[in-house]
Ligand binder design. Structure first.
Ligand SMILES: [Zn+2]
Length: 58
């Protein structure tokens, strides 16, 4: 499983995500970014930051 903590990219956000792969994490992050951070779309540099912050969980 892959894990991502939004707080790694957006200071102060406590939301975390777990998905079977990077793309699953990114899909969930995109919804969260839209609903909770007001981002209509996740810009490419932010996607790169998210990918770099995704960790592999047991
Ligand atoms: Zn967040």
């Amino acid at each position: 499983m892959k894990q991502f903590a939004c707080g790694d990219v957006v200071p102060g956000c406590a939301r975390t995500f777990t998905a079977p792969d990077d793309d699953g994490v990114l899909a969930a992050v995109a919804v969260h970014a839209r609903d909770d951070h007001g981002l209509a779309a996740v810009p490419a540099p932010l996607v790169a930051q998210v990918r770099a912050s995704i960790r592999t969980a047991a």
